[in-house]
Design a binder for this molecule. Sequence first.
Ligand SMILES: [Ca+2]
Ligand SMILES: [Ca+2]
Length: 305
Amino acid sequence: MKKRVISVIVMLVVLITTIPFVALASSEEVIFTITDNLTNSDNLKSYEITLDNPGRIYFDFTNPANTSWMAANGWRIHLFDSNENQFYFYEHNTRTTGFTSRNFFLDSGTYKLTVRNIPMWLTDFSYSITCYYEENIGQFEIEPNDLPNAANKISLNKPITGNLYFNNDVDWFEFIAPYDVRVVLDFSHANLQENSDFWQISLLGTDGSAFTNFSSNGNTHGRRSNEVELKAGTYRVKVQSGRIWRHAPYTLTVSEVLTTADALNILRHVAGIIQLTSEQRAKYGLSDEVTSGHALSVLRSVAGL
Ligand SMILES: [Ca+2]
Ligand SMILES: [Ca+2]
């Protein structure tokens, strides 16, 4: 039985909160729900979150509606890593009844979530926090990955989701081409409806030589690179802020471009002459049960139709 990934300790309060675990339909789960209160302007509540395994977390913060003129005062929420580095700050106004935080792709370790009220006005600020978690099994970046030798290891044909947390955040990824291969990079994100280049993506050799680089614009859903031929070896992808920085998740996939030999393999499989291996099915984006319809869509892709 795998050890539970999360423990949360409420600090600076006498009571240790028991954290309920609630399984959701997806791989996302509620890891804790806390209802608490700030009673004066000096009050600070601090929650320690320990992740046994890396993963994505985010939280919902809810509070009672307050429509008085003084309701402009509210909460300050901070998230710190184990070195006390603050990497999230949000100031929440009591006129609204809550907010959903950003996604955080975190390594295993201990983090601290703090809640304090803005020191202008003494009152009773109650709130609830529900924190969600999805284990990282290779689908998310793990910070810090700001330097080439700290690159996150990725695999061909497998997407990874990351985020530039700050305008100087740089994300490095490293993959191995096990043989000479032709690849294409797909970089996707939400359409931010802003006409500016928010991301700059480069494919590099380990000696820093550039094979291709391109930018992705905020008024698109992403961009595909030109095709690049690589010799067997180790390569890196660098993602950094474009002309303007925006905090938004992105997904990067380095895909093998299928060849006519691949197309022939698929045809032979559909005809019952050979059986595709699980690695080949993953490479071709085909499920275990390969139908002629699936195969046809891949063949169209190979043919550029
Ligand atoms: Ca990042
Ligand atoms: Ca980074």
